[in-house]
Design a protein around this ligand. Structure first.
Ligand SMILES: Nc1ncnc2c1ncn2[C@@H]1O[C@H](COP(=O)(O)OP(=O)(O)OP(=O)(O)O)[C@@H](O)[C@H]1O
Ligand code: SF4
Ligand SMILES: [Mg+2]
Length: 381
C-alpha cells in the first residue's frame, strides 16, 4: 500500500481519534489507532493479508450517504444551497464477526443504503467503512473485485434476482465463474452441489438441472442463498430476504440463516422493517430512524428493555401469543418526515410521544445504557 506525505489526526463523534497518513488528505483517509491502514490505496495484497483481530469485521464510522437532488435549471439558479436526500446521516456501528446484526426501521429510513454502501454499490459521501481495518473507500478496482467475493447481498424478491432462463446449476455456478475462483469443471461442480445442499435443497442433484419456475418461492430464495455462499463470503447483506415469502415458509429460511451463521461462520447484516423478525433471528439489533441509528444493543436486551421512544413504539405493536397479555399499543402520529428536510434537534420529535420542548433544539447523542446497549434520546441523560 502506498504510504506517503502528510499525517493528521481527526476526532470522531465517538470521541476516538483517527490517524490519517497519506495524501492528498481528505475525509476518506482515516484509520483507527491500531488499524493496519497507513494511507494510499488498498491493494489486493492488503486485502488478502487482512484479518479480524478484535472480533469486529466492519467498523462503520460517521457514515454519510447523501444523494443530490437534481433541480430544474431555474430552481437551481435561485436556490441558496444544494439539496440532498440524507439517506444515511452520520451512522457509526460495528458488525461483529459471526453475528447476525439486524437493521430495523420504517420504509425509507436508509436500511438498504447502508447495506449497499458496505458493498460499495453506493459511494459514501462522508465517513468511513473499515473492513478488517481496511477502508473500503480506498479499495482499487481490482481490490473491489476481490472484496465482492467476500461480501455478498441477497434481495427481497427471489423472482427478480435470478435469471429464469438459467438452470439452478448455472445460477449458482455463475458467481464462481465470474470471480475466477475455480480452476476446473470438477471443482466447480463440487462447490455448486455443496452450496445448494447447504442451502437445504437436498439431494442437491435433484435440483441442479431444474429451472426457477419449477421451484417454490422459498426454494428460489434458497437458490439465491446458495449463489451467495458458494463464494465462501465473510458477510452477507440480506435485504428483507423473507418479505416476499409466504408466512409459512419464512421461518425455514430464517432458520437456514441462523444455521449457516453457525456452520459456515458467515456474518449477516439482516435488513428488515419488521422488528418481530429481527427478534427471532438476530444477535443484535440496530434501530434506524430517518438515516440515524437511534438504538442498538443485544437483541434480548433491546426487546425486553427498550429505551428509545421509537423502539418502544415498534415493540408495542409486535403481536404477542397470549391474547390476555395486556400491552399498550403506541401508534405514532404522522408520516416519516422527508429525508431532505430533517427536523431540527431530535429528528424524531414531531412524532415522539415523549417529546419535551428541548427536543426541538438539542440533537441527541448516544447514551450508554449498559453492556452493548446505546440509545440516542436526551431524556435518557
Ligand atoms: N439512488 C438514490 N438516489 C436518490 N435517492 C435515493 C437513492 N437510493 C435511496 N434513496 C432515498 O434514500 C432514502 C433511503 O432509502 P433506502 O432504500 O435506503 O431506505 P430503506 O430503509 O431500505 O426503505 P425500504 O424499507 O422501503 O426498502 C429514501 O428516501 C430513498 O428514496
Ligand atoms: S430526544 Fe426527545 S423527541 Fe427525541 S426520542 Fe428522546 S424524548 Fe423523543
Ligand atoms: Mg430497503
Amino acid at each position: 500500500m502506498a504510504g506517503d506525505e502528510q499525517q493528521t489526526t481527526q476526532a470522531t463523534p465517538g470521541g476516538e481519534s483517527l490517524t490519517v497518513t497519506g495524501g492528498p488528505v481528505d475525509r476518506r483517509a482515516p484509520t483507527e489507532p491500531g488499524g493496519t491502514y497507513d494511507g494510499g490505496r488498498v491493494s489486493t495484497e492488503d486485502l488478502a493479508t487482512a484479518d479480524v483481530t478484535d472480533g469486529v469485521l466492519y467498523k462503520v464510522r460517521d457514515l454519510e450517504v447523501y444523494f443530490p437532488i437534481h433541480q430544474s435549471f431555474f430552481k437551481s439558479m435561485v436556490a441558496t444551497e444544494k439539496k440532498y436526500v440524507k439517506a444515511v446521516d452520520r451512522v457509526s456501528l460495528d458488525i461483529k464477526q459471526g453475528e447476525i446484526l439486524a437493521v430495523v426501521g420504517e420504509s425509507g429510513c436508509g436500511k438498504t443504503t447502508i447495506g449497499r454502501t458496505l458493498l460499495r454499490l453506493e459511494e459514501a459521501t462522508g465517513g468511513h467503512i473499515l473492513y478488517k481495518e481496511l477502508p473500503v473507500e480506498r479499495f482499487t478496482q481490482r481490490t473491489l473485485r476481490e472484496y465482492r467475493k467476500k461480501a455478498q447481498i441477497i434481495f427481497q424478491d427471489p423472482y427478480n434476482s435470478i435469471n429464469p432462463k438459467q438452470t439452478i446449476f448455472d445460477i449458482v455456478a455463475e458467481p464462481l465463474e465470474v470471480s475466477g475462483l475455480v480452476s476446473g469443471e470438477h471443482e466447480k461442480e463440487e462447490r455448486v452441489v455443496k452450496a445448494i445442499s447447504e442451502a437445504g435443497l437436498r439431494p442437491a442433484t435433484e435440483y441442479l438441472y431444474r429451472y426457477p419456475h419449477e421451484l417454490s418461492g422459498g426454494q428460489r430464495q434458497r437458490v439465491c442463498i446458495a449463489g451467495a455462499t458458494v463464494l465462501d463470503p465473510d458477510m452477507i447483506v440480506a435485504d428483507e430476504p423473507v418479505a416476499s415469502l409466504d408466512v409459512s415458509i419464512r421461518n425455514d429460511i430464517l432458520k437456514l440463516m441462523v444455521d449457516q451463521k453457525e456452520t459456515l461462520g458467515v456474518t449477516y447484516l439482516f435488513i428488515t422493517h419488521d422488528l418481530s423478525l429481527a427478534w427471532v433471528i438476530s444477535d443484535r439489533i440496530a434501530v434506524m430512524y430517518l438515516g440515524r441509528i437511534v438504538e442498538i444493543g443485544d437483541t434480548e436486551e433491546v426487546v425486553s428493555n427498550p429505551k428509545h421512544p421509537y423502539t418502544k413504539a415498534l415493540i408495542s405493536v409486535i403481536p404477542v401469543p397470549d391474547p390476555l397479555a395486556k400491552r399498550e399499543h403506541v401508534i405514532l402520529q404522522g408520516e416519516t418526515p422527508n429525508p431532505v428536510d430533517i427536523p431540527s434537534g431530535c429528528r424524531f420529535h414531531p412524532r415522539c410521544p415523549e417529546a419535551i420542548d428541548a427536543c426541538r433544539e438539542i440533537e441527541p447523542t448516544d447514551v450508554h445504557i449498559g453492556g452493548d446497549h446505546y440509545a440516542a434520546c436526551i431524556r435518557l441523560t
